[in-house]
Design a protein around this ligand. Structure first.
Ligand code: NZQ
Ligand code: ZN
Length: 383
């Protein structure tokens, strides 16, 4: 196991009816900015629960944060926050609204051009506190220090991380996820499953705790993911999916182990150029990364096959093939497309899709050897 230092300071308030706890979680003397998305919270009762809990607080609203949040929109929120002398942000939504909250919290206090936080990894010295109410189980953003923001005018999607943008608290009521459209539920299942894969499917470093924890999460996400499609109002399924997605990316399973993240990074340009949802990019790319890296990842692919998909028979190559097929079949059972042509994307698009890797000089995967050429090969395996 590799060395590590780890601290996750996010207070989790989990369960039915917990949105009411906001009244005590946010000090009453704070000047609040309430961030949310395109309006789902007004239809499913979440907005009503939040505003009821904040009856005694002073708050200003900033709606309209898009899925895959735009830098341009975040900067409008920064203006509002400065004008209204905001000193606490409350993000109510999925990963997009939470990520926007993290960026706004840093950008409000940033001296200089906030784009540098994303484009140059400029260090963040200060932020304003952020609390979140999670409405979609997927990204793990509610308890981590990372955010992904897109600058539409430049067709760039970039991420940043800082311990200063860990939320102060995450209110997680699984009941509120019952209003999600089925496609969003599937996106969440696939995204959280692949978060575990990115941290598990590398090479073994004898990290027994992390490996066993990751394997349980993958088994649970798969089982409950398939069940939720048939039984969408089952609270226990929703609760397990929500808590699994949080644990998939709250830092625990990634400590002391090599990590990949190439499917995530290659996927960014599928979103900014072709509008695929985040998880849709991953369901297409991951099987390609697994095939391209099958030698380097051999031991872990075999273990994944055995523990998560009960693949134990056959020689090494047969078990690898069966595991690759099982992973893709799982995504298709969740209703995801897994090929580029299904989105109208073909060979002529590959240069544009891999351009950011070239421009930013990314060296992806746990071995750091996926650059533009390898990414193009991976994508061409998925045509
Ligand atoms: O905008 P509203 O109207 O709220 O609708 C949203 C949105 O259209 C809707 N929704 C959310 N909760 C709902 C609901 N609809 C009905 N009922 C509810 N309870 O769902 C749509 C998608 O929401 P979004 O927040 O975009 O989804 P998700 O949570 O999957 O977040 C995706 C974003 O997170 C980033 C992705 O790149 C993408 O930008 N990620 C962030 C990570 C992180 N911070 O650690 C890691 C991830 O790998 C990922 O990259
Ligand atoms: Zn993801």
């Amino acid at each position: 196991m590799n060395n590590f230092e780890f601290c996750n300071p996010v207070k989790v308030v989990f369960g039915k009816g917990t949105i009411a706890r906001l009244s005590a979680l946010i000090p009453q003397d704070k000047s609040l900015l309430l961030l949310y998305g395109g309006g789902s919270i007004k239809k499913n009762g979440v907005y009503a629960q939040v505003t009821r809990a904040l009856e005694k607080h002073r708050f200003v609203e900033f709606p309209g944060i898009e899925a895959n949040p735009h830098y341009e929109t975040c900067m409008k929120a920064v203006e509002v926050a400065k004008k209204e002398k905001i000193d606490f942000l409350l993000a109510v939504g999925g990963g997009s609204v939470i990520d926007a909250g993290k960026f706004i919290s840093a950008a409000v206090c940033f001296d200089g051009d906030p784009w540098d936080i994303l484009a140059r990894g400029a260090s963040i010295e200060r932020s304003i506190p952020l609390g979140v109410v999670l409405t979609l189980a997927a990204t793990g953003s509610e308890t981590n220090e990372r955010a992904v923001i897109s600058r539409v005018s430049l067709k760039k999607k970039l991420n940043f991380a800082s311990p200063l943008v860990f939320p102060r608290f995450a209110v997680m009521d699984p009941e509120v996820t019952c209003s999600l459209p089925e496609a969003q539920v599937a996106n969440g299942v696939v995204d959280s499953f692949i978060h575990v894969v990115e941290q598990y499917l590398t090479y073994p470093v004898q990290a027994k705790v992390q490996d066993a924890f990751a394997e349980s999460l993958m088994r649970i996400i798969r089982e409950e993911g398939l069940r939720v499609l048939k039984d969408p109002f089952n609270y226990d399924i929703r609760a397990n999916l929500m808590w699994a997605a949080t644990n998939a990316l709250n830092g625990w399973i990634g400590q002391g182990v090599p990590q990949d993240w190439s499917s995530h990074r290659i996927g960014y340009s599928l979103t900014v150029r072709f509008g695929l949802a985040h998880a849709e990019t991953l369901a297409v790319i991951l099987p390609g990364v697994m095939r391209y890296m099958q030698k380097e990842k051999q031991e872990k692919i075999l273990r994944l096959g055995a523990v998560v998909f009960d693949i134990t028979k056959g020689n090494v190559q047969e078990r690898i093939e069966e595991t690759l097929l099982a992973v893709e079949t799982f995504f298709r059972e969740m209703g995801m497309k897994t090929r580029l042509h299904e989105y109208g994307i073909n060979e002529k698009d590959l240069d544009a899709l891999t351009e950011p890797i070239d421009q930013l000089g990314w060296k992806l995967s746990e071995k750091g050897h996926i650059g533009t050429k390898a990414a193009k090969e991976i994508l061409s395996l998925r045509l």
